[in-house]
Design a protein around this ligand. Structure first.
Ligand code: ATP
Ligand code: MG
Length: 446
């Protein structure tokens, strides 16, 4: 993309309404525009990152064997009357009447609807295991929408639902979700720690939240200092292998890591003192095993191998797709702006032409742009008639991880400059070498 033709409405001033850095930077970098409290338009660059995050979520869900579909945002109230949640959900639910005076709602989550789909089409244990998920907009009329996309009213969520014959099968689905989430967040450059969360209605160790450590997080968290260092890395996982998947979950959940809701001071104090960490975290996902809560209420049953009919075992698993943009920025920025991890960056690299209008630099800038594009990459070429300082400030603000600077002086020596946004370090090399380096950097991310 040529910046001269793009739509990137950056703000010079710090917007007064933004209390935390990610919100401020998303507004300043022209990624979002608020339309009503907690409701945002996604401007082109914000939309690009949102799509990148969505893509990673899809890839990792599909890798785990889960199947995408798409349910609507609007739901009939009757489904929620069946589960008993229509009255329970309270003011957070946006209730709507259609022209025939029928009660509708903008879905805050989809347990009821997915259970309805299941009961309409699945009869036998032979169709199990089954995990269906979608990435769809949700609405929750939050009492205090704030922090930009972090706590919106309309927000994008991946929500997945597993259907299994037995509790053991459902716990395997739970574990599969945990492992797939670990990889999902790591690909976004995040350390998201699974923490035991408040247990659900059936009790026991059946829900974990994933938290990204950040001072601006809304949850208080307690963890062993060794936990953030745990990484899944690029190890291959056979998602059908229960023992293997369970062993990874054990590796990531044995050390102490809990939110304030489940924190146990006595257990925490058994950790050596220098390893006891107290901090704050942003919840970017949650997995939940709830057994037959919805299937019993809504009559979602399957036949067993010996011909009985039993309610299907279920769980639900969510990722806060739009909240992740805020969480990534909270975890990766400096005083000049955003620093995108390679996995989610809106453009792979920036090209800055220091002397727009000069035949030599224009030709070199265009050449780099074409070579990177031909290599399947997506560069942002700052070809505006602007001062070098303004161009650098924009690049630093929008946070592309790599920048190639083209100027008459370097070109005289046959070189351009490749700069890392994260370290600020620059290296001179030929334009061809710079393209080759960018291609190499992104190879693991494509
Ligand atoms: P919270 O405790 O932050 O209100 P929740 O536990 O109610 O979230 P879930 O029902 O577990 O949320 O939804 C799954 C994920 O969706 C959460 O982990 C979070 O990342 C995201 N999410 C929830 N509410 C919002 C919101 N208002 N704005 C943006 N993302 C949200
Ligand atoms: Mg939650």
């Amino acid at each position: 993309m040529r910046l001269s033709r793009y739509f990137l409405p950056v703000l010079k001033e710090n917007p007064a309404e933004a209390q935390i850095v990610s919100h401020r930077l998303m507004l300043r970098a022209g990624m979002i525009k608020q339309q009503a409290a907690g409701i945002y338009s996604w401007l082109p660059m914000g939309y690009k990152v949102l799509k990148r995050i969505e893509q990673i979520v899809h890839e990792e869900q599909i890798r785990a064997g889960h199947i995408p579909l798409l349910m609507p945002t609007l739901q009939p109230a009757d489904l929620w009357r069946e589960s008993g949640r229509y009255d329970d959900y309270g003011q957070e639910m946006l209730r709507i009447k259609d022209r025939h005076d029928r009660d509708m709602l903008y879905g805050p989550t989809n347990e009821e609807m997915i259970t309805d789909i299941f009961r309409a089409h699945v009869e036998s244990y032979k169709s199990l295991p089954l995990t269906l998920y979608h990435i769809q907009w949700k609405f929750r009329d939050e009492i205090r929408p704030r922090f930009g996309v972090m706590r919106g009213r309309e927000f994008l969520m991946k929500d997945g639902y597993n259907f299994d014959l037995t509790r053991e099968d459902a716990l395997h689905a739970y574990n599969r979700h945990m492992v797939s989430y670990l990889r999902t967040y790591e690909r976004m450059g995040l350390t998201a720690i699974p923490m035991r969360a408040a247990s659900g209605p059936i009790g026991g160790d059946n829900t974990h939240e994933f938290l990204v450590l950040a001072d601006t997080g809304e949850s208080e968290v307690f963890y062993d200092a060794q936990v953030p260092a745990l990484k899944l890395g690029d190890r291959a996982v056979d998602f059908d292998n229960r023992d293997e998947v369970a062993a990874i979950c054990e590796e990531f959940t044995t050390l102490y890591a809990r939110t304030d809701e489940t924190h146990d001071e006595a257990v925490f104090n058994q950790i050596p003192e220098e390893r006891r960490c107290v901090g704050r975290g942003i919840e970017v996902g949650q997995i939940f095993y709830f057994g037959t809560k919805y299937s019993e209420a809504m009559g979602a049953t399957v036949t067993t191998p010996d011909g009985k009919r039993v309610p299907v075992e279920m769980g639900s698993h969510g990722i806060g797709v739009s909240r992740l943009l805020g969480a990534i920025i909270e975890a990766s920025h400096d005083d000049k702006g955003i620093i995108w991890p390679e996995g989610v960056t809106p453009f792979h690299c920036g090209i800055v032409n220091l002397k727009q209008g000069d035949a030599g630099t224009d030709a070199a800038g265009d050449g780099l742009y074409k070579a990177l594009t031909a290599a399947g990459l997506d560069p942002l070429y700052d070809d505006r008639e602007e001062r070098a300082g303004a161009k650098f400030a924009t690049m630093d603000l929008i946070g592309l991880p790599w920048r190639i600077t083209v100027g008459p002086r370097g070109l005289g020596n046959g070189v351009v400059e490749l700069t890392s946004r994260r370290t600020g370090e620059s290296e001179e090399m030929s334009p061809e070498a710079a393209v080759a380096r960018i291609v190499e950097i992104y190879a693991p991310h494509r």
